[in-house]
Ligand binder design. Sequence first.
Ligand SMILES: Nc1ncnc2c1ncn2[C@@H]1O[C@H](COP(=O)(O)OP(=O)(O)OP(=O)(O)O)[C@@H](O)[C@H]1O
Ligand SMILES: [Mg+2]
Length: 298
Amino acid sequence: MLSGIIGHGEPAPVSGHQASSLAAPAKKPGCRAIAVAGGKGGVGKSTVAVNLGMALSMSGHEVMLLDADMGLANVDVLLGLTPSRHIGHMLDGQCSLEDLLLQAPHGLQVIPAGSGARRLARLDNGEHAAVIRAFDDLARPPQFLLVDTAAGLADSVAMFAAAADDLVLVVCDEPASLTDAYALIKVLSRDFGVRRFRMVANMVRNEGEARQLHLKLSRVSDRFLDVVIDFMGWVPHDERLRQAIRQQRAVMDLWPSSRSSLAFKKLAGAVDKWTEPERTGLDRIAFFGDRVPSTAGY
Ligand SMILES: Nc1ncnc2c1ncn2[C@@H]1O[C@H](COP(=O)(O)OP(=O)(O)OP(=O)(O)O)[C@@H](O)[C@H]1O
Ligand SMILES: [Mg+2]
């Protein structure tokens, strides 16, 4: 199924990192940035970012959610928030990152991206880096930063994804979702040295279907790329979730016992069990600037 996008005998080159070096000093304990990506549009990236973030928050963690879908922001809409300022205002020096923080239910804090702002849709890599670095100056960094990324393979997606400690790939049971996820894995591994991915199957019927999807993606990635794709879990197709979206509420908030909410709780439980991220070998720009450059792998 994926043959259309894979060149024959394609190697898994590991080139230098595109982002500039950031030799940061001490590591701040407990700041873990988790990017939610997927390549394809509409697979549920924002839904997973919002509800996983809220599930982590509900289980007692301090959580921030950065909407990194610049120019087409969704997170504020999904949560019924009405931001008066966005990342663009911070980049223009009109406010700080703290000034942008919005309070969502259950203690989740949201940093909105701004919708329809052409300036945001055209940020250059230096500006993406400035957004990432702004987190270094937070007086009270969260335990988890969830980063909701845009669809596609734009520089912004790659930079935000590569700047995180962990990469959650949202995939659904459509050929284009698998091919787009593969394309994203390829870019991130080849150009940014990202080696580990965690896959969430969304809108599936059962665990068997979810594991099938994981098998398909890891089979082809194992063959052509030097990466590891862990199976993180799955979220069922749930009408309750759609109803919650229509009411501009997170399903975790509105129906915490729905099938999808239980799945998000389970995903949050999985995050809790993750071991400390390996931070060797990263000389790219990273959230919380606590990477120690070295030559080892990810
Ligand atoms: N588990 C689910 N059950 C039912 N519907 C779902 C589920 N997950 C997502 N959806 C539906 O898919 C739509 C798209 O989800 P979402 O906005 O999270 O995708 P996305 O990947 O962030 O899209 P984009 O690439 O446009 O940012 C939702 O509005 C919702 O209707
Ligand atoms: Mg989205």
